[in-house]
Design a protein around this ligand. Structure first.
Ligand SMILES: *Cc1c(COP(=O)(O)O)cnc(C)c1O
Ligand code: SF4
Length: 435
């Protein structure tokens, strides 16, 4: 195991209950300060002292991407909803009335995107009902461990926001490692397990071991790769450095690799600044020293990273730190989507401008990709067919593996933000996968 030379940091969590203890926040101009407090009654807020002290540029919060990534913004609510809530607060209405109003607003915000509740739970797909296991694409099973359903900070654009504010209970989560083993035994088509959440890296290594060790010991089915979907590198790199069980976690990574599994840390980085601190760089090199890979993904988000230069420099930085750019996602159709969404056409241009300026080592990245109900749909190009502008699309993952990598076309629409806003090209009534 490689040594760690970084100074330890004691974790301090901030939620909307103790947001006033963030000195930098209290020093903000009243208008920005109060807006955050109002919106954080509706949208989840969580931060910590690393994010606050080392990532946010407090000298210009109105235009700081990391401030907007963590602190709920006024534009995330409709002006009517915002005003209704603000009026009640200013009128000094009782807490119960304010909470009821917040709940009411949350319910209007599409808390369950992309058929997530009905369609992806295995009972509908593959004849078995197990909470906490989502098996949508043949080769890869998602596993949601009970103890990994929160994060070290919340992204304002998170599509799981409904869970974090308690509109959804954590229906997906599973606390039984043996359920995963049995599922994998019964499904020899599965080669990859992806632990996800929330953030599975928030778990202590002791709990993580409870889920992982049975896989190493029993080698169920045809499992070859273990992945962790996480934002801990961006939000709390000390998890891999100086937390009291950091060494044990690195030991577990060593064991996974020694057992012959491919270990991939699927890291969510929204902005190159998250790759700039000594702590994150030390954490990345420590992870890589175990033999794990770091693959990087993020959605394209208005106000946060809607600029090709941001993506170009982020991908270059990832490669220079030994990580592998993987996906650029389109923001999902949930919650405050109007504030964050970038139209597909613009997303394609941003992707293409960034992609065309990096070395082939960074062109492992794919996107922009929509995680839609039928699968992951890539906007592959904007084409002109006999004077008619079209989107060229293809599945990079699909419920039906025969759909993968097959090009299909939709009418070009400058404003469309999601698959369900697109019309099939050539006058057809439905896309091929809807037949
Ligand atoms: C993205 C995703 C996966 C993993 O897909 P890869 O292309 O293998 O990274 C698995 N399951 C679901 C539901 C997903 O959205
Ligand atoms: S880290 Fe992921 S799950 Fe957690 S708040 Fe951000 S987007 Fe959501």
């Amino acid at each position: 195991m490689s040594k760690c030379n970084i100074q330890p940091k004691n974790y301090k969590a901030f939620t909307n209950r103790n947001i006033q203890s963030i000195q930098q926040f209290e020093a903000l101009p009243t208008e920005i300060h109060d807006a955050v407090q109002i919106v954080s009654r509706v949208m989840p807020f969580r931060a910590n002292n690393y994010v606050v002290d080392e990532l946010i540029d407090w000298s210009r919060p109105e235009s700081d991407p990391i401030f907007k990534l963590i602190f709920p913004q006024k534009g995330m609510m409709s002006p009517e909803d915002y005003q209704a809530l603000e009026t009640k607060i200013r009128a000094g209405e009782p807490e119960a009335a304010l909470q009821a109003e917040a709940r009411n607003i949350q319910q209007k915000m599409n808390p369950h995107p992309a058929g997530q509740m009905e369609l992806n739970v295995p009972k509908c797909q593959r004849g078995q009902s197990i909470n906490g296991i989502q098996h949508k694409y043949n080769e890869t099973v998602l596993f949601f461990p009970t103890q990994g359903q929160v994060c070290h900070a919340y992204c304002t654009y998170c599509f799981r926001w409904a869970q974090f504010v308690g509109v959804d209970d954590l229906k997906f989560a599973c606390g039984d490692p043996q359920a995963l083993v049995s599922y994998l035994e019964a499904h020899p088509e599965v080669t990859d397990v992806l632990f996800t959440g929330g953030d599975p890296m928030i778990m202590t290594s002791k709990i993580l071991r409870r889920y992982v060790e049975p896989l190493l010991r029993e080698r169920p089915g045809n499992i070859r790769s273990i992945r962790f979907g996480t934002k801990v590198l961006a939000y709390w790199p000390y998890r891999f450095l100086t937390d009291k069980d950091a060494d044990d976690l690195m030991g577990l990574f060593d064991e996974i690799v020694a057992a012959g599994f491919h270990l991939a840390i699927m890291s969510h980085f929204s902005h190159p600044r998250e790759l700039g601190t000594d702590a994150v760089q030390a954490a990345m090199s420590r992870i890589l020293a175990t033999g794990a890979n770091i693959r990087c993904q993020a959605p394209l988000i208005r106000h946060i990273n809607d600029d090709p230069e941001v993506w170009r420099s982020m991908w270059e930085k990832q490669v220079s730190l030994g990580a592998i750019p993987y996906y650029m996602f389109v923001e999902r159709d949930t919650g405050p989507k109007d504030y964050f969404s970038v139209p597909l056409a613009e997303a394609w241009h941003i992707f293409t401008q960034a992609y065309s300026k990096v070395s082939g080592l960074a062109r492992t990245v794919r996107g922009p990709s929509m995680s839609a109900t039928p699968g992951k749909v890539l906007v592959d190009g904007i084409v002109d067919v006999e004077g008619h502008k079209l989107f060229a699309l293809k599945f990079i993952q699909a419920r039906n593996s025969e759909w993968v990598n097959r090009l299909f076309f939709a009418e070009y629409d400058e404003k469309a933000v999601w698959l369900d806003g697109l019309k099939p090209a050539f006058g057809e009534k439905r896309f091929f996968f809807e037949k």
